[in-house]
Design a protein around this ligand. Structure first.
Ligand code: PEP
Length: 248
């Protein structure tokens, strides 16, 4: 859809070293991309990666993998939205299932989204059902309640990205089919429409969960799939580049 931007985001999770991060970025940054490409390294590598990107002519953008919901203070081990901005991030992943699994609630996700927007970071809000919820036929119920809570108090949707990531598809090699994902993406958009009207049309909704070079193109053909959030396959330059290419 021409109204929406396409976003291809790399979630490195807790992988890579200073050296391998450097060589991956060097390989990715030899090109200018027609779509928004975002890489999300672990915190210690954000700034070194930013310096490499600054030296290149590439338009790759930087994102954090998480953020704290408050401005600053006594929060040992946490990172603020301003810090992410300070080292050159434009995006931040919020509510990834691997964080929800260790206690992040929909309300906390909402607070983080509000803080990110206040500091002019684009949140990539992750939602998705677990295997158990999928088996019980609860997918639509789960994603609509996740998205409604995540967007509470958010009126401007122009800087929001959503990633639909069925938990059973993350890191399992078992992706949703493109048709399955399209059905849920359309449903997510209709849910946003109920609360935010036509603004729902401008929100990129990414699919995530075992996206590889060999299945990326099927997802790219779907009308409500506006890009992908990629874990494992984003750690290899050639693989990630062919995923980007599938959406170009
Ligand atoms: C993710 O963690 O966001 C993800 C989609 O992982 P993978 O691509 O490895 O399934």
């Amino acid at each position: 859809d021409s109204k929406r931007r396409t976003v291809i985001a790399a979630n490195w999770k807790m992988n890579m070293s200073l050296e391998t991060a450097g060589s991956l970025i060097t390989q990715l940054a030899d090109t200018t991309y027609s779509n928004t490409v975002v890489v999300c390294p672990p915190y210690p590598y954000l700034y070194p990666v930013k310096l490499l990107l600054n030296q290149s002519t590439s338009n790759i953008q930087l994102g954090g993998q998480n953020v704290h919901e408050e401005d600053k203070g006594a929060h040992t081990g946490d990172i603020s939205a301003e810090m992410l901005k300070d080292v050159g991030c434009e995006h931040v992943i919020i509510g990834h299932s691997e964080r929800r699994m260790i206690g992040e609630t929909d309300e906390l996700v909402n607070n983080k989204v509000v803080k990110a927007l206040e500091k002019k970071l684009t949140p990539i809000i992750c939602i998705g059902e677990t295997a158990e919820q999928y088996d019980q036929g609860l997918t639509k119920e789960v994603v609509s309640s996740q998205i409604q809570t995540a967007l509470t108090g958010v009126t401007d949707l122009s800087d929001i990205v959503i990633a639909y990531e069925p938990v059973w598809a993350i890191g399992t090699g078992k992706s949703a089919t493109a048709e399955q994902a399209q059905d849920i993406h359309e449903y997510i958009r209709s849910t946003i429409e109920k609360s935010h009207g036509v603004l729902a049309d401008e929100v990129p909704i990414l699919y995530g969960g075992s996206v590889k070079a060999k299945n990326a193109e099927e997802f790219s053909k779907m009308k409500d799939i506006d890009g992908v959030l990629v874990g494992g396959a984003s750690l290899n330059a050639e693989e990630f580049k062919s995923i980007i290419q599938a959406f170009a």
